[in-house]
Design a protein around this ligand. Structure first.
Ligand code: ATP
Length: 441
């Protein structure tokens, strides 16, 4: 029986920025195969890999993958403040034995507890390669995988590639070195006709034609990828506690300054207090939004997330974790802040309910605008300019709900506030997802 191809390309065309990079490319890759993409700078090697990874759609043609993919881009998708072990556990929790095995294969065991910011370029690349071993995905897509590696690391790289192929895996790599992967098909980009040059027959004979059931897929993850994503986001937010502390500091100082400026006039303080609290919460919650997608986009993690989850779910996970780690602590200290404005105890439940609804709406709107402005220069300016006007209706009804006496009018303002929130729940992650997809492709 003939093995099933892991990847089939059928008359693929790829155009970027109006330039045709690939035209009418067809071919298949089977278990054990390797393909090296070569060609001068800017010819489309990375773009082609992104196309195979599903990060960039073909202009024409169809692509069929029968195997999961593992991705190593030009960035290693590593968080500088986390250790090697924490970075490797960030995307998927692996059994400790698998992790140690991967680290041993890449001679990284002594660096297990070292923060990634202290590693050299080549050591970071080796951590990126270790992540490949942990994915258990049969199809590896590698962009300049050996960049920065010394002779010893190159030998380790060759060993893991050979082992992966012998186990029925398949490797596709962009490189300026056509000899990077031994016995590899070669695809030279930048020529008028793109053909995959087959590897020499003799070199392919020693690769056993493994059947798909022989592909090493490893254990399936027990928890849904969205829960992994949420877990990762909470973990990262906790490791960036400074952002949360900055928001708390901002809220406390602003409320204190307003209370001092207004002076000891209880009636005035009670009248404007809820409005000031509302505005301060809004501004404090905006502070960490700029980093929501930027950090992951810059280090290549967003590409890895895209391969596991639909973009709308990436946005949803980030919005939830942003609200829990940034806005919830602000809400929890609201009763204390209310003391500055001498607000009565009886007014607190309404104030907290309206601020909760408002901060949730802001998290969803901010999650959407942060995705829309991703990649834009000056996005730290654009973000509040886009978000704050969208928040205006919630701000108006939120502050009204705190200042109107209990009754039908008050219920109406709270209901409208809740309606804005409910509207933002499906709409904002959806729009954010579209923006993330566009920003990456
Ligand atoms: N997001 C994008 N939007 C539009 N055009 C892009 C985008 N990314 C890359 N390009 C263009 O696509 C072309 C191919 O780029 P790509 O990065 O795929 O080349 P490459 O062969 O990998 O280059 P290198 O060897 O320098 O890494 C270039 O002309 C580049 O300007």
């Amino acid at each position: 029986m003939h093995p099933t191809p892991l990847l089939s390309l059928n008359h693929i065309q790829l155009t970027r920025a109006g330039r045709c990079l690939i035209n009418d490319l067809s071919g298949q890759l089977y278990p054990g195969d390797a393909l090296t993409l070569i060609g001068p700078n800017g010819v489309g090697k990375s773009s082609f890999l992104r196309l195979i990874a599903g990060l960039c759609p073909p202009t024409q043609g169809t692509l069929t993958r029968t195997a999961n993919i593992a991705w190593l881009g030009t960035d290693n998708a590593l968080k500088p403040t986390l250790t090697v072990e924490q970075n490797l556990r960030l995307f998927t929790p692996h059994p400790i034995t698998a992790l140690h095995e991967a680290l041993t294969h890449l001679a990284l065991t002594p660096l297990l507890n070292c923060p990634v910011r202290l590693l050299s370029y080549g050591q970071k690349r080796r951590v990126g390669l270790a992540r490949l071993l942990l994915t258990n995905a049969p199809l590896w897509l590698l962009d300049e995988p050996t960049h920065g590696l010394d002779a010893q690391s190159l030998a380790l790289f060759n060993t893991i590639i050979a082992t992966h192929r012998a186990q029925g895996g398949c490797v596709m790599a962009a490189s300026h070195n056509p000899l990077l992967l031994p016995h590899s098909h070669i695809l030279t980009l930048g020529t008028a006709i793109h053909n995959i040059t087959p590897a020499p027959l003799s070199s392919r004979l020693h690769i056993a034609p493994l059947l798909p059931q022989h592909i090493h897929e490893g254990p399936k993850h027990p928890v849904h990828p969205f829960l992994h994503h949420l877990r990762r986001e909470f973990w990262l937010a906790l490791s960036h506690r400074r952002d949360g502390i900055a928001g708390l500091g901002f809220l406390i100082i602003c409320c204190m300054l307003f209370a001092l400026a207004l002076g000891p006039a209880p009636a005035r303080l009670q009248q404007v207090g809820p409005v000031i609290l509302w505005v301060c919460l809004l501004l404090a919650s905006l502070l960490p939004l700029e980093r929501l997608y930027n950090a992951d986009a810059e280090d290549g993690s967003l590409d890895l997330l895209r391969m596991r989850l639909a973009p709308a779910f990436i946005a949803l996970g980030k919005i939830i974790s942003h609200w829990v780690t940034s806005s919830l602590p602000l809400l929890l200290i609201t009763p204390l802040m209310a003391l500055f404005f001498q607000l009565s105890l009886s007014s607190l439940p309404r104030l907290i309910l309206s601020m909760t609804l408002g901060s949730l709406t802001l998290a969803f709107l901010g999650g959407m605008t942060a995705a829309i402005t991703l990649g834009a220069r000056q996005n730290s300016l654009l973000l509040p300019i886009l978000t704050l006007p969208l928040m205006a209706p919630s701000l108006i009804f939120g502050t009204l709900s705190c200042t109107t006496p209990p009754g039908p009018a008050n219920h109406a303002t709270l209901s409208l506030l809740a309606a804005f929130f409910l509207l933002s729940v499906p709409l904002c992650p959806f729009i954010a997802g579209l923006s993330l997809r566009d920003a990456q492709s």
